[in-house]
Design a protein around this ligand. Sequence first.
Ligand code: B12
Length: 265
Amino acid sequence: MLTTRAAAKAAAVAPSTIKRWADQGILSFSRTAGGHRRFERFAIERLLREQPGSVSSGDSVPSAWVRCLANARRHEIDSRLLEAKARLGSWWRVADELALALAEMGNLWERGRLTIADEHVASDALVRALARVGDALPIRLDGPTCLLACAGEDEHTLGLSLAELCVRELGWTPMWLGRRTPIGEVLRLVRGGQVAMVALSASALLGDEQALRAVTDDVGAACKERGVSLLLGGAGAWPCQPFYGIRVTSFADFHRCLTPKMERP
Ligand code: B12
């Protein structure tokens, strides 16, 4: 769920516009116990798609991204990424914007407006572009290490690629284990004291809550013992309240989790 400010960034509009859409009933939202509005990414993405005139370019931001990715022109994608970084001011905001584009890609594919080949080309183009941009960000040698891995048989690595940008941006060192990493390896690295944070990703493909609970139980126990942070991302069926670890639902959340560690002496 996104705050008003995060929703505004994601839609590339002012927070007052988001509030207006919410008050006019054209953007659904819920309220926190404290009365603050919270928005679902999908609701924003749907609104942008249905009301293309609501953003300045005349095309919704997510749709423009998908078109650019499907064209798979390397320089176009790189320049668009850098433009988004300049416009939004940080990589974690770019990650939240791209999250909407990925959701849009899924919608278009479901409605038969994007072929499987288009989707593969576009997602691979993004994987490569994120790797290029990420590799260009300097790594602090004394920075803490964040292990990045997919849970189970998940091959949806794009969420982790976006997480890696956030990690690098704050001077952390990413340890990319990616897809099909045996949990035993994660446990070994945690117990060996090699990482300060473990970030696991599970996409909607992983719908078996019991299996994901087993992962969080094992990794959570090791992380708790070593004082390592555990973050669980992606739309997979992660337990709502893992006994240890935090469920992150946006890159803004993730960014906040990464920040305090760097401020420690
Ligand atoms: C791109 C894509 C692919 C690419 C992936 C490329 C890559 N390297 O990632 C390819 C083509 C390989 C692919 C393959 C498949 N896919 Co696919 N894919 C997608 C798609 C279109 C895009 C979004 C995406 O990357 N989602 C994957 C995850 C990562 O997104 P998410 O869980 O919502 O997480 C978001 C955030 O929470 C965050 N995040 C995720 N992890 C983490 C971790 C941290 C630490 C943080 C901070 C944040 C974070 O980032 C994400 C993006 O914003 C989605 C559609 C959609 N609506 O999501 C389908 C989708 C996920 N795929 C699906 C399916 C079915 C498959 C295949 C089984 C298809 C097939 N028959 O082969 C295979 C599965 C392979 C496997 N074993 O994993 C389904 C899953 C449905 C389900 N409930 O089972 C979806 C939802 C499409 C659909 N509507 O049917 N896919």
